[in-house]
Design a protein around this ligand. Structure first.
Ligand SMILES: C[C@@]1(CC(=O)O)c2cc3[nH]c(cc4nc(cc5[nH]c(cc(n2)[C@H]1CCC(=O)O)[C@@](C)(CC(=O)O)[C@@H]5CCC(=O)O)C(CC(=O)O)=C4CCC(=O)O)c(CCC(=O)O)c3CC(=O)O
Ligand SMILES: NC(=O)C1=CN([C@@H]2O[C@H](COP(=O)(O)OP(=O)(O)OC[C@H]3O[C@@H](n4cnc5c(N)ncnc54)[C@H](O)[C@@H]3O)[C@@H](O)[C@H]2O)C=CC1
Length: 204
């Protein structure tokens, strides 16, 4: 398995199977800006609500190959092992397919993810123990708390200024390393000082 983060904004993503498990997979897709379609003869309450809010397209039917031919990413989440396997076997090799009922099928797994603004920490056990992945994610949430959201904004801002500056490569590398010193994690005042030190450089 090869970890990546994927930009799925405005990409066609399809969830096959409208139960609770499919629904849990829909939220992160929508948050990432995907265009989500659900294909399922029945859909759970969560999906009904998303449909009412106009956030997803819904096809109330049993899945057929034509439903997923154009999809960039497919999540197969029916309660039929046979249907799940058939979708995986008939999808194109260039499509991303996640089969939630069998970790040996599909070409990607979903990790347990902690989001703190621009920071994302994902934990995967490659199907060995999804419950452990979830536990580790929750444990990490205590160390990497909400304060990381603002901290990452500071680091991003500093990095943009440093990259644009006329400094040498070595000087830039040193500043980028300096910017992650603990002091800036803990003190907003020190962050302002760091940025203020950079600004005259930018103006040169
Ligand atoms: C292969 C994978 C496929 C995929 O979904 O990509 C997969 C497969 C299966 N999960 C099963 C069961 C459970 N899954 C969870 C929870 C999560 N499962 C997730 C991912 C994955 N699950 C992928 C591997 C990831 C990895 O190993 O790291 C998480 C991390 C992310 C997410 O779902 O988005 C999410 C936590 C998210 C969060 O909270 O944020 C819990 C615990 C709970 O719900 O509290 C249980 C019950 C306990 C248990 O069984 O361990 C079963 C048996 C089903 C059955 O009994 O029929 C299968 C099928 C199989 O094992 O083949
Ligand atoms: N990866 C994970 O995190 C977990 C995976 N699972 C697996 O997920 C599966 C689904 O779980 P739930 O959502 O709770 O089941 P569910 O029974 O609530 O929902 C299944 C949905 O699939 C639809 N469906 C059935 N045949 C279909 C077809 N031919 N075409 C399109 N849709 C079809 C049904 O109408 C229903 O809406 C379980 O069978 C289990 O193996 C279960 C727990 C965790």
């Amino acid at each position: 398995m090869y970890p990546i983060t994927l930009n799925i904004e405005n990409r066609k993503c399809i969830i096959i199977g409208g139960g609770q498990i499919g629904y849990f997979k829909a939220r992160p897709l929508l948050e990432a800006g995907a265009e989500v379609t659900v294909v399922s003869p029945e859909i759970c309450q969560g999906f009904q609500q998303l449909k009412k809010e106009g956030k997803i397209h819904v096809s109330l039917k049993e899945v057929e190959e034509a439903d997923y031919r154009e999809a960039f990413l497919i999540i197969v989440a029916t309660n039929s092992e046979e249907v799940n396997e058939r979708v995986y076997r008939t999808a194109s090799h260039s499509q991303l397919v996640n089969v939630i009922s069998n970790h040996e099928l599909g070409n990607f797994h979903l990790p347990a993810t902690l989001n703190r603004g621009m920071l994302a920490i994902s934990v995967s056990t490659n199907g060995a123990s999804p419950a452990l992945a979830k536990k580790i994610r929750n444990d990490l949430g205590e160390v990497y708390d909400e304060s990381y959201e603002e901290y990452l904004e500071f680091l991003f801002e500093a990095r943009k200024i440093i990259k644009k500056s006329p400094l040498t490569h070595e000087e830039k590398s040193k500043l980028l390393k300096d910017s992650i010193a603990d002091v800036y994690k803990h003190s907003t005042k020190e962050r302002y000082r760091f940025l203020a030190r950079l600004l005259p450089v930018e103006a040169e």
